[in-house]
Design a protein around this ligand. Structure first.
Ligand SMILES: CC(C)(COP(=O)(O)OP(=O)(O)OC[C@H]1O[C@@H](n2cnc3c(N)ncnc32)[C@H](O)[C@@H]1OP(=O)(O)O)[C@@H](O)C(=O)NCCC(=O)NCCS
Length: 230
């Protein structure tokens, strides 16, 4: 049970609190109020992320902050049906620029995933979970049309395979590629012996939700963000 706080730069928020799912609800409002007070007065609002939020939690925090964003965790068992797309592994030496271009065009609207650059790629590649084989690339007509980047959570039992980042280049949207691209990532996970897949998706991302719903994903939990802005 924890509440951690991070001060933010280049953000709409001065700081972000993260409340773990097992934090006792009886003391939730008082503990969040204390953490907010510890961060001190500031012009910019603060953000609070509540892991595995329930509607009753929203009422508990009502006098402190307002919910403004839901991140759904979806899950489905594996194996899934075959993708049918021919994909290949990511090659950091030749794919980086095309990956940044596709990612940054597809996620131009996204607060965290937009503006991906070499420094962020280097950080990700230094993580123990990084595996270029699990970062599936789709090329069509000689250009990168999309990717499905997966992450295996070896620290969990059973190991969960995450669709970590997935995008189809906007030039290729609406051609029915989102589903098979997701399945390409799921297929790679199944080949590694993974039996459960998850992913996180914004609750208002209609094209992504339609894609995942069609593939048999269902909601496992909701992480809810609140803002102290009035
Ligand atoms: C999500 C994404 C990968 C889907 O790829 P795509 O190539 O657009 O997929 P499709 O052509 O199969 O369309 C997906 C579904 O969205 C629907 N759709 C498309 N635009 C839509 C819109 N604006 N509102 C509602 N639904 C929409 C399509 O009708 C389709 O639904 P259906 O299968 O029930 O017919 C792609 O839209 C994308 O890269 N988005 C930006 C990045 C992103 O959000 N990634 C997912 C993060 S979790």
């Amino acid at each position: 049970m924890t509440i951690t706080s991070t001060t933010l730069e280049n953000s709409d928020f001065a700081a972000s609190l993260s409340v773990s799912s097992d934090h006792p609800r009886a003391s939730l409002a008082a503990d969040v109020a204390t953490e907010l007070a510890n961060l001190g007065p500031s012009g910019a609002p603060k953000q609070i992320w509540l892991e595995e939020a329930h509607d009753s939690d929203t009422a508990i925090l009502e006098h402190l902050a307002t919910p403004y964003r839901d991140l759904l965790q979806l899950r489905r068992p594996l194996p899934a049906p075959p993708s049918g797309l021919l994909t290949r592994a990511f090659d950091p030496s030749t794919d980086a620029e095309a990956f940044f271009a596709v990612n940054n065009r597809a996620f131009a609207w996204h607060p965290e995933q937009s503006g991906f650059d070499q420094a962020r790629l280097d950080d990700a590649m230094a993580e123990p979970w990084f595996n270029p084989q699990g970062f599936r690339i789709l090329e069509l007509d000689g250009v990168m049309a999309g990717f499905c980047w997966t992450k295996l959570h070896q620290e969990l039992t059973p190991v969960i395979g995450e669709i970590y980042v997935i995008a189809i280049d906007p030039d290729f949207h609406g051609r029915g590629l989102g589903g098979p691209m997701t399945l390409a990532g799921l297929e790679w996970m199944s080949d590694q012996g993974i039996t459960v897949a998850n992913l996180y998706v914004e609750a208002d991302n209609a094209p992504a939700l339609a894609t995942y719903d069609r593939l048999g994903f269902s909601t496992h939990s909701i992480n809810r963000a609140f803002t102290t802005a009035k």
